[in-house]
Design a protein around this ligand. Structure first.
Ligand SMILES: Nc1nc2[nH]cnc2c(=O)[nH]1
Length: 445
């Protein structure tokens, strides 16, 4: 039984280079929120299915300048940092963390403050067409549960981590887990609490093992978190070789690269999503591939803190798993559209190089440019594959996570591929008319 039928033109990613497009299709969603059937205009059943849906009041008809797209998947968000999005991005990562970010995150022991920030953040993400998010919370479980409840309230699919950080040499006394043991206990309590909430509220709420990054954790904590991930078969998130500073820190402390350290402690698995990776080399890339671990590429944030451009094209060509992240608030924008645009722009700069005093032959890295289709893949299918979720594409059997986008300035008649490119470059929050998660309307503009 269809509980809902959407009639209109849709775009969906088929592979990293290919999109699917159909005009005036019927997207039929069953009562469990799964896409049950897609009926093309020339299908003999089209008229009958449309008529039935119309009679049942379950037909939504898109206007000729509206498009159905899959909901976007944000693989890297620091939820508490929404309160400072756009602040102090001229500082290097280490200074930004110590001067702005740790003091801010320490305020989330206040649950009223947490509620104010998280209700606005979750609403903002959904309004930007994002339907699944992998979040870092804070070290405070009660506050992390406020975030989880806000996700449930809006229906947002939330992967949420209690941040673990216990290294006295790299974290301030006012914002640190008391010990590795306490951080592990608190992580385990958080896993139980999220599982309970998920069982009660339904939707998708998943606890995530979250060592902040290698510098902020002791060996005991990293090892313990690796064991917890294995014991409960959970996703893992952290940062990996985000900047020169982080990359060199791992080399000094462990005589290894960040990726190898994470692997050594059992934190690089096929359920891992590691943010940034701007400094990873070919060996690290092979290791990610071998473990089937994903990278959350955060192109806006990388401009500020990355010290280099992530080699997206190289990773995709080697078959590595890659998705997209806003990295609020290393990235100032909650919009994955802004990040898709930036991913393409940054890749072009990697290809061309940026220092005009170097001859053009030697200035950049050949074959680095990605297309808007590649970027759309990262924000949809790539993210879903990283999280092992059946969402991110408009296909039978997938979750009905959708957005309806209104195209502006349709002044020219152009071909569907060009129209798609324009749509991804031009869309912003105001153009997103409706958002559905699991077939349920969760946002209306
Ligand atoms: N961008 C970013 N990198 C980090 N590395 C450790 N913590 C953080 C954080 O909050 N943001």
């Amino acid at each position: 039984m269809n509980s809902q039928v959407i009639e209109g033109t849709y775009y969906s990613s088929v592979s990293c280079d290919q999109i699917k497009y159909a005009e005036d299709a019927l997207i039929c969603v069953d009562e469990t929120g799964i896409i049950q059937r897609i009926v093309n205009h020339d299908d003999p059943q089209y008229g009958k299915i449309r008529r039935q849906a119309d009679q049942n009041n379950s037909l939504t008809i898109l206007a000729s300048d509206e498009y159905l797209l899959p909901g976007l998947i944000d693989l890297h968000v620091h939820a508490p940092q929404w309160a400072q999005a756009g602040l102090a991005l001229d500082k290097p990562l280490n200074e930004w963390l110590n001067t702005y970010t740790f003091p801010l995150e320490s305020k989330f022991s206040d649950l009223n403050f947490s509620r104010r920030v998280y209700s606005q953040l979750v609403m903002e993400m959904v309004a930007n067409g994002t339907t699944t998010v992998m979040f870092f919370g804070t070290i405070f479980n009660e506050s992390n549960l406020v975030l989880a409840k806000q996700c449930s309230k809006f229906g947002l699919r939330g992967f949420i981590g209690k941040v673990a950080m216990d290294n006295p040499e790299q974290t301030p006394e006012y914002y640190r887990d008391l010990s590795a043991k306490q951080a592990l206990l608190s992580t385990e309590e958080f896993i139980f609490a999220i599982n309970e909430l998920q069982a009660k509220n339904g939707g998708t709420l998943v606890p995530v093992i979250t060592p902040r990054f290698v510098p902020s954790c002791t060996d005991e904590l990293l090892a313990g978190l690796g064991k917890l991930a294995q014991k409960y078969d959970l996703p893992i998130q952290s940062h990996c070789s985000e900047s020169d500073w982080e990359h060199n820190y791992a080399k000094e402390r462990f005589k290894m690269h960040d990726a190898e350290v994470l692997d050594h402690f059992g934190l690089l698995t096929d359920r891992s999503v590691m943010a940034h990776g701007t400094m990873i080399d070919e060996n690290d890339q092979q290791l990610f591939y071998k473990r089937q671990a994903a990278v959350a590429h955060c192109p806006i944030s990388n401009v500020y803190f990355g010290n280099s451009v992530f080699p997206t094209k190289r990773m995709l060509e080697h078959g590595n798993k890659v998705g997209l992240g806003t990295d609020i608030s290393g990235g100032y924008s909650p919009s994955l559209y802004r990040n898709m645009q930036q991913a393409v722009m940054s890749s072009q700069m990697l290809q061309d190089g940026v220092d005009q005093s170097i001859s053009s032959n030697n200035r950049g890295v050949n074959n680095s440019r990605i297309s808007i289709k590649n970027a759309f893949y990262l924000a949809t299918r790539g993210g879903a594959e990283a999280l092992h979720l059946k969402t991110g594409s408009i296909e039978v059997g997938m979750q009905a996570d959708f957005q309806i986008v209104k195209s502006r300035l349709a002044l020219l008649k152009i071909d569907p591929n060009d129209q798609f490119e324009r749509l991804i470059y031009q869309t912003d929050r105001n153009d997103i008319k409706q958002v559905f998660i699991g077939g349920k309307l969760v946002y209306q503009n």
